[in-house]
Ligand binder design. Sequence first.
Ligand SMILES: Nc1nc2c(c(=O)[nH]1)N[C@H]1C(S)=C(S)[C@@H](COP(=O)(O)O)O[C@H]1N2
Ligand SMILES: [Mo]
Length: 312
Amino acid sequence: MPIINRHGWALPESAVTPAGFSLGRRRLLEGALGGAVGGGLLSGAASADVPAQNALRFDPGRPVTPEKTVFTYNNYYEFGSQKSIWRAAQRLRLSPWSLTIDGLVKKPLTIALPDLIRRMPIEQRIYRHRCVEAWAMTVPWQGFALSALVKLAEPLGSAKFLAFTTVEQKDTMPGLVESWYPWPYREGVTMAEATNELAFLATGLYGMPLKPQNGGPIRLVLPWKYGFKSAKSLIRISFVEKQPPTFWSFIAPNEYGFWANVNPAVPHPRWSQAYERLIGTNQRVPTRIYNGYGKWVAPLYAGMPKSIWLYR
Ligand SMILES: Nc1nc2c(c(=O)[nH]1)N[C@H]1C(S)=C(S)[C@@H](COP(=O)(O)O)O[C@H]1N2
Ligand SMILES: [Mo]
């Protein structure tokens, strides 16, 4: 993504896109839960109606990208800067895994991932994904609303932002030796963004546990923002008072600012954002403001300039 304008879209245009993709409820829950628990849970984990309702409310309006494509075309700099890091990423240890929730909260917590998943209302969300490099996909996540985790943490009134931290496994992540990068990978959102109903924590993908290359076992998904905001393989979510520093804004603040809302009218300093390329079909389509999610998120930025994604 980064400093050199490297368009990594050399992808075999093999896969046929499955239209009308949908997952059964059992498969969706199994994906989220990593198959770690038995069937007894399936009846109790979430209201059966929620996934169906959200599948309609968040209809991506275009076919889901083939899973092979989503599994093999990735950005995950801890494993290298090529799109083909999926093989290297298989070394990531996904278990045991725990997530720490701390900072300005009434209920700080370090919780094993399977326990967290059991407590959260698991559902499926099919979201458009838009990378700042001007490529896009359509991705069926399983997981839970970030707002459910905020509720669990009971933030204090002084908490204004959430800061996300990605795991650093020095022995499995060759990219960490690139010492000019400010590891660990960090991201952040405002409290209002975190509690917006679109903000999501994914633990599954295509009804399977989230794979390492896609940010397993748990990652952020913010579909109205450029993909770099959606930090992978989270180990910590801290509630803080001040806008937290972020990985990419440290490297290139005028290219990858804190807000990073998808906006076709604001070019990246080195390329246009007016169009995007759908990975898998190669189709070139116009980019939409907030990646087409303005109905949900535009009010969050009322009064801020339309050139918002550059603003720090
Ligand atoms: N920890 C971490 N998270 C990350 C990245 C990364 O390099 N490291 N890349 C980001 C970028 S630029 C994009 S486009 C998405 C890609 O997610 P995907 O590979 O699952 O499509 O992850 C984001 N999250
Ligand atoms: Mo990206």
